[in-house]
Write a protein that binds this ligand. Structure first.
Ligand SMILES: Nc1nc2c(c(=O)[nH]1)N[C@H]1C(S)=C(S)[C@@H](COP(=O)(O)O)O[C@H]1N2
Ligand SMILES: [Mo]
Length: 197
């Protein structure tokens, strides 16, 4: 694990690095399968399920307030990257533009390329979460989920869906790709919620 690509956190970083994690020197790419190439012209985000269905284009997203976020990023495969600088749209701003059924409790995020990952509506509707389109002042590269991904900094990074293109609101928990394959349904890094069961 250590050596060229990873390092042990310095003592003063300890309280920011969850148990069992190392610091990545670069910003690794972690994708199951191929990187889809999606232009901003064709990119769409649909909401459906326990919500009034609606489709958002790239321009619709650009019409929301654009903000900057600097957050730590923790992958369940044990690397973390501190102070990742993103720009994008707050999830809570976005949620004000849709009509979610009062019974909705969960959100299944859908991506170009078929990846899915689930979160509770409570974990999704946090002030710290955002849709990101810019990484370190450059357009989000396709490998990191460009043109648009979610970032949910308080959970392991598999919950941060690259190439986001759908939000399915559910009245019960519906598991995503890694969650079906044995990963924890919530994935909170400080509690080391890595695997289910
Ligand atoms: N669509 C999609 N999103 C995804 C993944 C993926 O394979 N497909 N991998 C997840 C995992 S396991 C991690 S650690 C982060 C990695 O983001 P990065 O490649 O930008 O570092 O994306 C998450 N989001
Ligand atoms: Mo990951």
């Amino acid at each position: 694990m250590l050596g060229k690509f990873f390092q042990k956190p310095e003592a003063e970083q300890d309280e920011r690095v969850p148990p069992g994690q190392y610091l990545a020197k670069g910003f690794p790419v972690l994708t199951y399968g191929e990187t889809p190439e999606i232009s901003t012209r064709e990119w769409q985000l649909k909401v459906w399920g326990a919500v009034e269905p609606k489709t958002f284009t790239w321009n619709d997203m650009m019409a929301f307030p654009q903000r900057e976020f600097t957050k730590d990023f923790h992958c369940v495969t044990r690397w973390s990257k501190l102070d990742v600088k993103w720009q994008g749209i707050k999830v809570t701003d976005f949620l004000e533009a849709i009509a979610i059924d009062p019974q909705a409790t969960h959100v299944l995020q859908h991506c170009y390329g078929e990846y899915t990952t689930n979160v509770t509506l409570e974990d999704f509707a946090r002030e710290d979460n955002f849709f990101a389109h810019t990484l370190f002042d450059n357009p989000l590269p396709p490998d990191h989920g460009g043109p648009m991904r979610t970032v949910i900094p308080h959970l392991y990074a598999w919950k941060s869906a690259k190439w986001i293109n759908g939000l399915e609101f559910c009245n019960e928990e519906k598991l995503g790709f890694w969650e079906v394959n044995g990963y924890h349904s919530r994935g909170e890094p400080w509690a080391e919620e890595r695997y289910s069961g």
